[in-house]
Design a protein around this ligand. Structure first.
Ligand SMILES: C[S@@+](CC[C@H](N)C(=O)[O-])C[C@H]1O[C@@H](n2cnc3c(N)ncnc32)[C@H](O)[C@@H]1O
Length: 271
């Protein structure tokens, strides 16, 4: 079942600003997609000229998401997901990964980028047994997200809250923490939080590239220290091996293992 109830009728006519690089579209460019504008491709290329490792980092982050989602479905028994800061559809969208082993999985996507909204139809292609929904909302308004999410199927089930490379868009660390706390306060015990984010204090070249991108007029992204990223999980039980470079979270045999990875994350369980 697909539940488009939360997708507004205005989806066909969103206001897409093509004058400013947007993170979903820059990331789409890095991942080899075509859903981006010249301004995004230019910003992505300028970033990669300073820090060529960004493409590997973006792929490593998506691979981390695939492994953690698979863990949440197969080992933690999660069948409902709230994916905030969804991004443009790519290979291995959350519903595709979760519904492969568990077709009945239900996924609620949330993003505030009008370009992502225009692609919501792809994100709403659920398996027949499961359901997907899309909420056009700002992550900094968790109450609005939760109010809309309660209208989607199974709102009281243990939920996997996915925050993959979005919290850096929230400027203040305290604000980012309080929005994570608010979103995690709603679902019941047994729910999981999965965060991965670009980390500072690891690779100065990465930080230089991100700083230049932020100063270029692109929607800014604020890197956080590993300690700050770890603090998003306060009060939760981290799943082994804890908050680590994303490529080291239960890597598949033979997968690349770069020495320095400025992206940290992990899943944790609500006790
Ligand atoms: C770097 S992309 C990450 C996309 C995806 N989660 C992934 O891991 O590939 C960041 C996403 O967060 C979205 N985003 C940024 N700020 C947001 C906000 N305040 N509210 C909702 N979504 C936001 C962007 O539109 C974009 O889709």
């Amino acid at each position: 079942m697909t539940d488009p109830a939360t997708t507004p009728a205005s989806a066909a006519h969103p206001r897409i600003d093509t004058s400013v690089p947007h993170s979903a579209r820059i990331r789409n460019h890095w991942l080899g997609g075509k859903d981006n504008c010249p301004v995004d491709a230019r910003a992505g290329d300028a970033y990669a000229a300073v820090f060529p490792g960004i493409v590997t980092l973006a792929r490593g982050s998506r691979a981390f998401l695939r492994r953690t989602l698979t863990y949440l479905v197969r080992e933690a028994g999660i069948r409902r997901f709230l994916d905030v800061g969804t991004g443009l559809p790519t290979a291995g969208n959350t519903h595709e990964v979760a519904q492969r082993p568990a077709p009945e999985s239900r996924i609620v996507y949330v993003d505030n980028d009008p370009m992502v909204l225009t692609h919501a139809r792809t994100l709403l292609r659920s398996s027949a047994e499961g359901a997907t929904a899309y909420i056009d909302a700002d992550a900094t308004d968790p109450d609005r997200i939760l109010a809309a999410a309660t209208k989607t199927p199974d709102p009281t089930r243990p939920t996997g809250l996915v925050l993959s490379d979005i919290l850096g868009h929230v400027v203040g660390h305290d604000q980012a923490r309080s929005l994570v706390d608010r979103l995690m306060a709603a679902p019941p015990a047994g729910s999981h939080l999965c965060v991965n984010d670009g980390s500072s204090g690891v690779d100065p070249v990465f930080e230089r590239a991100q700083g230049a991108c932020n100063n270029s007029g692109a929607v800014p992204y604020h890197l956080r220290t590993v300690e700050e990223i770890t603090s998003f999980f306060d009060g939760l039980r981290l799943v082994d091996p804890g908050v680590v470079p994303v490529t080291r979270w239960r890597p598949e045999p033979g997968s690349p293992a770069p020495e320095v990875v400025a992206e940290h994350g992990g899943p944790a369980r609500e006790p």
